[in-house]
Ligand binder design. Structure first.
Ligand SMILES: Nc1nc2c(c(=O)[nH]1)N[C@H]1C(S)=C(S)[C@@H](COP(=O)(O)OP(=O)(O)OC[C@H]3O[C@@H](n4cnc5c(=O)[nH]c(N)nc54)[C@H](O)[C@@H]3O)O[C@H]1N2
Ligand SMILES: Nc1nc2c(c(=O)[nH]1)N[C@H]1C(S)=C(S)[C@@H](COP(=O)(O)OP(=O)(O)OC[C@H]3O[C@@H](n4cnc5c(=O)[nH]c(N)nc54)[C@H](O)[C@@H]3O)O[C@H]1N2
Ligand code: SF4
Ligand SMILES: [Mo]
Length: 690
């Protein structure tokens, strides 16, 4: 199908893909006023000629027959009917004012999902909600990325989401599978391998990256912290760490080193299920490679019940080796100095109790995220005050947040739920108003690659009548509510881009002629020799006074995973969730036929001995149950080296009775970040009769 108006009728234009957080450079090809093909922009700094399958599928997504093109309103009978955008916006504005009048501004909230998260698009929503008078901004940061960001920030004051793989002697991947999840990492990583860098992968499964490893360790889920402490103890005993760096640039070393002593190879083995020899091999390889070592931590470490402290331990391991802000290590990226769209300085609104800020103060103070799982309680009327309305865009939390049954209940309890999406989803089905959203090809925004200290701008190459981009939506709504002139004065997103860039010395025109990206500041190393680390003490904090004042553990202490501590004979298997598939993105892309053919059905991965014990055959249906619910999926029996015995893996994003978040809980949260536990869920498995 063809609709909308393209910026050129025929030809090729460079822009940026924003279907995931890699922001690859792409070329959009046009024929007779339609986008016909997406290829990679060979010169772009980020992907240098690579394109993942999802990149090319943007054409199918944008012109998909199921794409939402008209606003829908739910009637009293529960059925959705088309409504004009003008009427929908008018009614939404009126309802927001009514709720603010009745319950106060903080009863209104925003939510931004992964499709818009982490950058410019998310900041519009943050700006809007504060301008409206409410501090309640929710997002997928309550279960993604924020634990790593705050763990690293607690230790060294920053987190670099893409370290210098090209120049490292050793890369250690902890619970991450970059060929699938971060395809562009493979560009510098492959160059590093060609230069002789070695690779350790720590993962209970034989992931794509584990197949390339010099050493693959398969620890029990949730035990990574013990392994990291074991490595630290070994290096301290061998006196193989950067003493000069430790003395001059860290605090808390004495207490830290004393705590490490208990992590003998025997104890680490008892926690991780790894052999003493495997642990010593890992320590030995690290000791030989210092200091050019990279530890990259994946989302699965965040999804453990003591995740922040596990990540802090790994950050401390890099720090004592001096692998901080050096070539081949963990660069401390410098920002571009663009203007800030958010209003946290001007209108912090902390006096009206942002949701979750009292329960998870570190998450709120460092990331400015209201804890979504606490938010559900407020929506259900069990919080300090009620949350009655939400404007949600670019996310599908009824599928992707833990305990999705409860999420459905909470969102259904709202007086106003507005969802902006390109398709109908499990979340739009709960909305009072569903608004069609523009795709990334229908907006223009800045993309900052902080690890390369580069910036690009993407261009709007398509316009579809009645389908608003995010900025136009916030602009329109804020003007109806009376604060548009003050907070959303820019008529177009290009004007916003220009305003953002003003203090940087880079102009929009420069960026438009440099689609491959422009360097905003050359990369410099060892900045800490002249500038203090951005932590409270100005040094790397192996011990945090800040956490201690909050009653949290000052050292990144290890805690045995809950399932090992408590044991549970009713739920004898351990479920890990979320191992990504190259062609799916959370709940997205299942409507692309050629992708669906590759992975047609939801499945659970089993070790052959577990399958034998349970009497399961490949392709049979099983029921997997946790203490809160059950799902049905197909059995996939792996080879014996592909997954650890006793562990089952199910990828999230499938609908209804196969949605693994019907099993994951929302109440056992990381004590520092409040993250849910998504990788060590005790479950039981039964064969489905028939
Ligand atoms: N194609 C595709 N790409 C994506 C996404 C997607 O849905 N699809 N999602 C994007 C998002 S938002 C994110 S956050 C990233 C996540 O990307 P990554 O952080 O790379 O996460 P995964 O690819 O899920 O890989 C996690 C690995 O950790 C292992 N694992 C599970 N539990 C444990 C444990 O306790 N310890 C250890 N050591 N390993 C464990 C799993 O077996 C799995 O192989 O991917 C992004 N990229
Ligand atoms: N069990 C389990 N659950 C998990 C995870 C796990 O590992 N295990 N991983 C978690 C992680 S790391 C994350 S980040 C979350 C992500 O969870 P979500 O934020 O819910 O992400 P998606 O499912 O990708 O939903 C994105 C939605 O945005 C829509 N969309 C796409 N492009 C646009 C656009 O340009 N504009 C707008 N308005 N909408 C658009 C899509 O159609 C889709 O419905 O899931 C989490 N859920
Ligand atoms: S990795 Fe794929 S989906 Fe992500 S930005 Fe690049 S091309 Fe787009
Ligand atoms: Mo994520």
């Amino acid at each position: 199908m063809k609709y909308g108006k393209t910026v050129i009728e025929n030809g090729v234009l460079p822009t940026i893909c924003r279907q995931c957080d890699m922001h690859c450079g792409i070329d959009a090809h046009f024929e007779d006023g339609k986008i016909t093909k997406i290829t990679s922009l060979k010169t772009h700094i980020q992907n240098r000629g690579r394109l993942c399958p999802k990149g090319s599928a943007a054409v199918e997504t944008v012109y998909h027959p199921d794409r939402l093109l008209k606003p829908l309103k739910r009637g009293k009978d529960g059925r959705y009917r088309e409504i004009t955008l003008e009427q929908a916006m008018e009614e939404i504005a009126a309802k927001l004012l009514e709720i603010r009048e009745k319950h106060g501004a903080r009863a209104v909230s925003c939510w931004q999902g992964e499709a818009l998260g982490f950058a410019q698009q998310e900041k519009y929503a943050r700006r809007f909600i504060h301008a409206f008078g409410s501090p309640n901004f929710f997002s997928c940061d309550s279960l993604c990325w924020a634990s790593r960001q705050l763990a690293y920030t607690l230790v060294q004051g920053y987190w670099n989401s893409c370290p210098d793989f090209r120049n490292a002697s050793l890369v250690v991947f902890w619970g991450t599978n970059p060929p699938v999840s971060h395809p562009t990492f493979m560009v510098p990583f492959t160059e590093g391998r060609e230069n002789g860098s070695r690779l350790i992968v720590i993962d209970p499964r034989l992931s794509n990256i584990a197949k390339q490893a010099d050493l693959h360790l398969k620890p029990l889920p949730g035990s990574d912290g013990a392994l990291a402490w074991g490595i630290i103890r070994y290096l301290l005993q061998q006196e193989n760490y950067d003493k000069e760096f430790v003395v001059n640039h860290t605090v808390g070393f004495k207490e830290f080193a004393a705590y490490a002593q208990q992590f003998t190879p025997e104890y680490v083995s008892s926690q991780t299920g790894l052999t003493r020899q495997e642990i010593l091999d890992c320590c030995g390889m690290i000791a030989e490679s210092l200091p050019k070592m990279i530890n990259y931590v994946g989302v699965s470490i965040e999804h453990q019940d003591n995740g922040v402290n596990s990540v802090r331990t790994i950050a401390c391991l890099g720090a004592i080796c001096g692998a901080v802000d050096i070539q081949g290590g963990d660069l401390w990226p410098e920002g571009m100095g663009e203007r800030d769209l958010t209003l946290y300085r001007e209108l912090p609104l902390t006096e009206i109790s942002p949701v979750g800020a009292d329960r998870y103060p570190v998450l709120y103070e460092m990331i400015k995220e209201c804890h979504t799982m606490t938010g559900m309680e407020y929506m259900l009327g069990k919080g300090e005050y009620p949350v009655k309305a939400m404007i949600l865009s670019g996310g599908n939390p009824a599928n992707t947040n833990p305990n999705s049954g409860k999420v459905e209940e909470a969102l259904s309890n709202l007086e106003l739920l507005v969802v902006r999406d390109m398709f109908l989803t499990e979340t739009t089905r709960l909305a009072h108003y569903i608004l069609p959203a523009a795709s990334f090809l229908e907006r223009t925004e800045l993309h900052v690659y902080s690890h390369y200290q580069h910036v690009s701008v993407s261009r709007k190459v398509l316009e579809i009548e009645g389908v608003k981009d995010e900025y136009s939506f916030w602009h329109d709504l804020s003007h109806r509510l009376g604060f548009g002139d003050k907070y959303f004065p820019w008529k177009t997103e290009s004007e916003v881009n220009r305003w953002l860039l003003k203090p940087t010395g880079i102009s929009l025109e420069d960026l438009e002629v440099h689609p491959e990206g422009m360097e905003y500041k050359p990369v410099r190393y060892r900045k800490y020799t002249s500038v203090p680390f951005p932590t409270p003490s100005g040094k790397v904090e192996l011990r945090s006074d800040y956490l201690e004042t909050l009653g949290l553990s000052p050292l990144p202490t290890y805690q045995e995973p809950l399932y090992l501590r408590e044991g549970n004979k009713d739920y004898p298997y351990i479920l890990i969730t979320g191992a990504r598939k190259a062609v799916y993105y959370h709940s997205r892309f299942r409507n692309i036929n050629r992708f669906r053919k590759l992975h047609p059905e939801p499945e659970a991965e089993f070790h052959p001995l577990d399958a034998d014990r349970l009497g399961l055959k490949d392709g049979e249906t099983v029921r997997i149950s946790s203490k809160i619910g059950s799902i049905t999926v197909l059995v996939k029996i792996m080879k014996s080296d592909e997954i650890r015995e006793g562990i089952i893996q199910v990828t999230h994003g499938w609908e209804q009775e196969s949605n693994v978040n019907r099993l994951t809980f929302d109440e056992i949260n990381d004590p520092i970040s409040g993250f849910p536990q998504l990788t060590s869920i005790p479950v039981n498995v039964e064969k489905e009769p028939g």
